[in-house]
Design a protein around this ligand. Sequence first.
Ligand code: MTE
Length: 316
Amino acid sequence: MLIRRPADLASSEITPRGLFERRRTFIKAAGLGSIAGAAALLGLEAGNAMAGSKLAGVRKSPFSIDEKATPFKDVTSYNNYYEFGTDKYSPAHEAHRLKTRPWTVSIEGLVRKPRSLGIEDILRLAPLEERIYRMRCVEGWSMVIPWVGFPLAALLKQVEPLGSAKFVEFQTLSDPQSMPGVKSPVLDWPYLEGLRLDEAMHPLTIMAVGLYGEELPNQNGAPLRLVVPWKYGFKGAKSIVKIRFADRAPGTAWMKAAPQEYGFYSNVNPGVDHPRWSQATERRIGEFLKRKTLMFNGYGEQVAQLYAGMDLKKFY
Ligand code: MTE
């Protein structure tokens, strides 16, 4: 990943900005009776979902871990979303430009019933669950995020994948009007990611539509993004518009940008260093001392069997 200071981030550098400044202004403006002005500050103009609105009927999930969640302000102000700039604070400042309604996801490729589904229909497919997951970024930092979402399998089953489908590709929005970052060739847009079909259907793999009980903030990938907790964070494609079933492993944005640095699997593995830094430890955002990184990010009991017999140093 194109970064300057891997694994070296002092928590004091993570100044909550962007959304929080706007929220503070919002509260002030609302207090003064200027709701329209406040809504504009939060990017709630027509075409956006109500950022910050509570999601109803969210169940707890047995897949949640019992660790302290990273504060909301850090989860939503320290982001990677290169379509809105390559520094960590730009997405929180810029992503209010993204229009998340109307939103359609087309699901195609090796399937019996290709479909285009609106976000409202997708939200009705399965009960929403809170999944508190440990997330490990390839750059060497980690967070614990209370996502709200539903198993990706519930969406994929809608189109009846053919027996020949072995992989799933995720394509995200690339819109030069709202996304200043796509004018720069830092990645080959649109952002593409992929999973093997059994990884995609695994019960831990979710489509997230919210966090902390609220609709996803745009900078975290609204209106829906992938979350695969045993893989490095870049597998979690944001603001997905297309899902394609294939018989071969799709090329991903990061593999195209730096093939010597990123493999298709990208499972969290403290034993396989990134060519430019170690992956043995990580800094949990908000903590001072580094922690040891866990194999499969601590989800080995649930997922190790997916890779039985594979050389994980070769297939990294
Ligand atoms: N999805 C898109 N479309 N564009 C991106 O730049 N960055 C990835 C991933 N998904 C990215 C993306 C990376 S590198 C990470 S670490 C996670 O999003 C960060 O998710 P978060 O900001 O919600 O923590």
